[in-house]
Design a binder for this molecule. Structure first.
Ligand code: ADP
Ligand code: AMP
Length: 233
């Protein structure tokens, strides 16, 4: 996506990144790029790479940085071919540690791309656990639901494509705890990295889904219209 401008979504597991990205990306001319979803698609294959990813994924551990970067860059190139008119990507789930943030800066620098903003979704831990325990995802298109907070129209079926809804293999109590700890230790410190560059917008993610969407749009629309933040607008 040469010369593009991208937005990063940062928040703990269950803070609503996937839910919100699906809603706001089309409104902002951004393409939703979720590394977790890329891995879930990859794991539907029957090969050694799929088995390697699953070993980390099911335990709630991060997939190695080098492999994750390769998957991300391949996908960004595909997005560029398939959505040439997009403003950039809405990155959900990447970067997750300092090495990934530095790799992203390098990759974007080579393309003369910019990071326009980093949206930080703030949600208390007890709420996250309640959300993750009831999360359902579409086995085909990746759309996200919740048994109580965001139920599908027809029980067990995706509103968007009609396929079966399933629980994620990493939404077990042990993997949830491990993922939230990894977030605190490795991902949350990235907020300082981006705050120093004046990029972070904090959003209260502990509100109804529509209210969070409105807050993100209200924060991002003016930022994306600023030529020095987003030259491609
Ligand atoms: P993340 O991508 O950050 O891990 P998700 O978007 O998958 O989070 O959301 C986690 C779960 O919480 C899902 O079941 C989703 O339906 C639900 N959820 C998302 N946002 C809200 C909200 N504002 N209020 C209540 N439940 C929510
Ligand atoms: P998510 O859907 O964002 O909750 O991610 C699910 C899982 O995919 C994580 O627990 C990791 O195993 C893997 N994953 C997703 N994004 C990354 C990343 N940026 N770096 C390493 N592993 C990742």
């Amino acid at each position: 996506m040469a010369g593009k401008c991208h937005v990063i979504l940062i928040g703990p597991q269950g803070s609503g990144k996937g839910t919100q990205a699906a809603r706001v990306a089309p409104r902002l001319r951004l393409v939703h790029v979720a590394t977790g979803e890329l891995f879930r698609q990859l794991m539907t294959r029957d090969d050694e790479l799929a088995r390697e990813v699953r070993r980390y994924y099911d335990r709630g551990e991060l997939v190695p940085d080098e492999l994750t970067l390769r998957v991300l860059v391949d996908h960004l190139e595909r997005v560029e071919r398939e959505h040439p008119g997009a403003r950039g990507a809405l990155l959900d789930g990447y970067p997750r540690n300092r090495a990934q943030a530095e790799a992203l800066d390098r990759v974007l620098g080579e393309r003369s791309d910019a990071i326009a903003a980093v949206v930080h979704l703030v949600v208390p831990r007890a709420v996250l656990i309640e959300r993750l325990s009831g999360r359902l995802v579409c086995s085909t298109c990746g759309a996200t639901y919740h048994v109580h907070f965001n139920p599908p129209l027809v029980e067990g079926r995706c509103d968007r494509c009609g396929a079966a809804l399933v629980q994620r293999s990493d939404d077990t109590p042990e993997a949830i705890a491990r993922r939230l700890d990894t977030y605190e230790q490795q991902t949350a410190p990235l907020l300082d990295y981006y705050r120093q560059r004046g990029l972070v917008v904090d959003i209260d993610g502990n509100q109804p889904i529509d209210a969070v969407t409105s807050a993100i749009l209200a924060a991002l629309e003016p930022v994306l219209a600023e030529p020095h933040r987003c030259p491609s607008s």
